[in-house]
Design a protein around this ligand. Structure first.
Ligand SMILES: Nc1nc2c(ncn2[C@@H]2O[C@H](COP(=O)(O)OP(=O)(O)OP(=O)(O)O)[C@@H](O)[C@H]2O)c(=O)[nH]1
Ligand SMILES: [Mg+2]
Length: 198
């Protein structure tokens, strides 16, 4: 009887773990976003202005409301490192693609990079959130203009959740709304991409 109750308790007490992959060109603000997120959830975080380009990967575990754990993977965005992104595709439940809203010159590179991500069979059906970062900058592009570029790509993502949201990872503006959008989609997509129970 004790074992039965203990077993039931353990099952009931298990948390859903979802992996989220943070992608985007180098300098987009991926690591800053990850640290800003840790700050939002009152976890220890690095000084945002001291973040260096990522060569390997950064991982953070964020507990959400005692029932879920978000495992966030932040990988390097430099061109030579992008070929490693696909190694994470099979394990991820959601993708956050970060765009530097002040980098007009690389908007084409950014959209073709996203295009090659969404075309990969391994992430079929995975919700994709595009974040127009650095909205605190005077020289930013309008979110509407960024949306036009990315919605064209989103049209090709059949029956999948995708959205473009404005944020500033540096000031924290929009960071919580962004992750909350993703959490809702991860839950909705649970049947086709089940979480790991821990
Ligand atoms: N003004 C402003 N600067 C930002 C923002 N987010 C990131 N930055 C700056 O952009 C630069 C690059 O940020 P990172 O977080 O290192 O970018 P990354 O995407 O992780 O880059 P890689 O690791 O090389 O792929 C840093 O100087 C950040 O301080 C933002 O919201 N506003
Ligand atoms: Mg980085």
């Amino acid at each position: 009887m004790f074992h039965l109750v203990k077993g039931l308790y353990n099952n009931w007490n298990k948390k859903e773990q979802y992996s989220i992959l943070i992608l985007g060109l180098d300098n987009a603000g991926k690591t800053t976003f990850l640290e800003a997120l840790k700050k939002e959830y009152s976890l220890a975080f690095k000084a945002l202005e001291k973040i260096q380009p990522t060569v390997g990967q950064n991982v953070a575990m964020i507990p959400v409301e005692n029932k879920q754990i978000l495992k966030l993977w932040d990988v390097g965005g430099q061109e030579t490192l992008r070929s490693m992104w696909s190694e994470y595709y099979s394990l991820c439940h959601g993708i956050i693609f970060i765009v530097d809203s002040s980098d007009r010159e690389r908007l084409d590179e950014c959209s073709s990079t996203l295009q090659s991500v969404v075309m990969d069979d391994e992430i079929e059906g995975v919700p994709i959130l595009m974040l127009a970062n650095k909205q605190d900058r005077q020289d930013r592009m309008e979110v509407q203009d960024i949306k036009q570029v990315f919605n064209k790509i989103a049209e090709h993502i059949s029956a999948r959740d995708s959205r473009v949201l404005p944020i500033s990872a540096l000031t924290g503006e929009g960071v919580k709304d962004a992750i909350e959008w993703m959490i809702v989609r991860l839950e909705r997509n649970k049947k086709s991409r089940p979480p790991i129970y821990k």
